[in-house]
Design a protein around this ligand. Structure first.
Ligand code: HEC
Length: 171
């Protein structure tokens, strides 16, 4: 019976040690998952911009071919695809070398594509196609604004997707 106070003291000491352990373990681990998460996100974003740009370049060529062929329906489709590729970056909170890439994408990219879609609807595919250089200027203005001036886009002088017909549907 005389041992009881000792047991209580030991038990409470064990309890205190357990609590110290509980509070110290998560604390010492807190930095790691967050740091790994942030790093992974950074790399993920870098990959996304390059991948979206590759898609954007292809859609740009196809949009130009559709416009050249006078295919309003197809040109509208590619404007929409370009807008989607741009929105991915615009909504992605992408920062690169201190430049807010997402914000620039909204200003230069999304706004221009929306204007072209409005022009297509109001004035037709010919009027839209005549503004092909407007889109190219927007691409390049943004490349300059994001410190990528060496990536220069131009209105295609030729483009070929040999397995796709860009002419309007005649059926
Ligand atoms: C945010 C504004 C912005 C707009 C608008 C923009 N780009 Fe880019 N583009 C970038 C950035 C930033 C990079 C560099 C990506 C990287 O560092 O991985 C890039 C890279 C590229 C590349 C190089 C990657 C590759 O696949 O060769 C191409 C091509 C490209 N853009 C095409 C275009 C085209 C075509 C347009 C217009 C239809 C356009 N871009 C509009 C920001 C923009």
């Amino acid at each position: 019976m005389r041992r009881l106070p000792l047991l209580i003291a030991l038990a409470s000491l064990a309890g205190v040690l357990f609590l110290l352990y509980r509070t110290s373990v998560p604390a010492s681990h807190v930095g790691h998952p967050a740091a790994i998460g942030a790093h992974a996100e950074e790399e993920h974003e870098e990959i996304e911009v390059a991948v979206s740009m590759g898609r954007l370049q292809r859609f740009h060529q196809k949009w130009w071919l559709a416009g050249k062929a006078g295919n309003a329906e197809l040109a509208r489709f590619y404007l929409h695809e370009m807008e989607e590729a741009m929105e991915m970056i615009a909504d992605g909170h992408v920062m690169d070398e201190g430049v807010n890439v997402s914000e620039k994408m909204e200003t230069y990219g999304v706004a221009t594509v929306n204007n072209l879609a409005a022009l297509l609807d109001s004035a037709g595919v010919g009027a839209m196609h005549a503004e092909a250089s407007t889109l190219v200027k927007a691409c390049n203005s943004c490349h300059m604004a994001t410190k990528h001036a060496y990536i220069r886009i131009k209105v295609p002088d030729t483009a070929a997707f040999p397995d796709q017909d860009f002419a309007p549907n005649t059926q």
